[in-house]
Design a protein around this ligand. Structure first.
Ligand SMILES: NC(=O)c1ccc[n+]([C@@H]2O[C@H](COP(=O)([O-])OP(=O)(O)OC[C@H]3O[C@@H](n4cnc5c(N)ncnc54)[C@H](OP(=O)(O)O)[C@@H]3O)[C@@H](O)[C@H]2O)c1
Length: 316
């Protein structure tokens, strides 16, 4: 059996992504072999491929490198001393984060400690869309310590992280506001948020007395959103590139502000899977690209206008 993988041999434009072929890897102790059905594509993949950010810095001596952190697929073989899974199980997880990656593979060996069983009621597509974005959204909402009745503003509610963060914030019974373009107003209203069109006017002209800001945009949009906050508001800013700037400005204004980096967390991921399985959380997938079209998938993420998630179909 051949194993197609998508590797980068150098940093640069999307055309540095190339398909390589190897054999199906053999599991080490504690690992299982996964036949990957779908891999998630995240903005960090696109930034790292372009040579930007800390993940590129950390991997610069590690090329060629297979990117990707999100997988869903089937266990096809077990290494020694594995306990949790059987051949045939459907599993998913955020794997190898942040330095190993490897999810853009048709077959991959993964420590079983990084994987969760996918309930029968969840599609492998939804399971592959969930790990990195879902954990980021849940960890941001937890960090913000949102309480019932608080006014929460989520910048970029339509994105991969945003559409999950909005639903989790709504589930805490907060009053949730979110920014999006005109095309996403109705979509975000269906998730229970008050949607605000950022193309029409800056959010600071439309909203005040906000208790919690969850910033998924950074830069000028985040600086503008600080003007909506009430005294002693909490700010969680997710894009790492501008986190220091936003936190500094927010603290000067008297807010409690922090950046964050998503962390693997099996228990939290299984809670998210459960929420999807019972319909408490709806996963939006804008498009699934066959693995040969990975360049188009990266170009789509680069538009910054994706609704929900983009996946790669690794088995076609
Ligand atoms: N620190 C971490 O651990 C971590 C983890 C995950 C993600 N991130 C970062 O968090 C950010 C969001 O990630 P993501 O996966 O959600 O990205 P994404 O899916 O690519 O976000 C796309 C969404 O952003 C919205 N958007 C673009 N510009 C906007 C603006 N000015 N105001 C409001 N919405 C805007 C778009 O909505 P419209 O089309 O309606 O404009 C689109 O739906 C990225 O910078 C990513 O790198 C960080």
């Amino acid at each position: 059996m051949e194993n197609k993988q998508i590797a980068i041999t150098e940093f640069g434009e999307p055309n540095v992504l190339s398909i390589t072929t190897s054999t199906v890897p053999k599991p080490k102790e504690g690992e299982v072999v996964i036949k990957v059905a779908f891999s998630g594509v995240n903005p960090i993949d696109v930034k790292t491929r372009a040579g930007l950010g800390w993940a590129a810095q950390s991997n610069k001596d590690n090329l060629p490198w297979v990117q990707g952190y999100d997988i869903a697929g089937q266990v096809i073989a077990l290494g020694e001393n594995t306990q949790h899974f059987q051949v045939g199980n459907n599993v998913a997880g955020m794997i190898g984060f942040p330095l190993r990656g490897g999810a853009y593979s048709q077959y991959i060996c993964v420590p079983e400690s990084e994987l969760s069983l996918v309930p029968d009621s969840i599609t492998l597509e939804a399971a592959a869309a969930l790990p990195l974005a879902g954990l980021t959204a849940a960890q941001a909402v937890n960090l913000a310590q949102i309480k019932e009745g608080e006014r929460v503003l989520v910048l970029a509610g339509a994105g991969g992280v945003g559409h999950i963060a909005v639903q989790l914030a709504v589930a805490t019974q907060a009053e949730v506001y979110t920014t999006c373009s005109e095309a996403n107003l109705d979509y975000l209203a269906t998730l229970g948020a008050h949607a605000i069109n950022y193309q029409f006017a800056p959010v600071s002209e439309r909203l005040e007395e906000v208790d919690v800001l969850i910033d998924l945009v950074g830069g000028d949009a985040a600086l503008d959103a600080l003007k909506c906050l009430k005294d002693e508001a909490r700010v969680v800013t997710i894009p790492t590139v501008t986190a220091e700037l936003i936190c500094e400005k927010a603290k000067l204004l008297g807010f409690d502000a922090q950046g964050m980096l998503v962390k693997p967390d099996i228990e939290l991921f299984e809670t998210l899977l459960y929420m999807v399985s019972v319909g408490l959380l709806k996963i939006e997938i804008q498009q699934i690209y066959p693995l040969e079209q990975v360049i188009q998938a990266h170009l789509q993420i680069e538009t910054g206008r994706t609704r929900g998630k983009v996946l790669l179909d690794m088995q076609c």
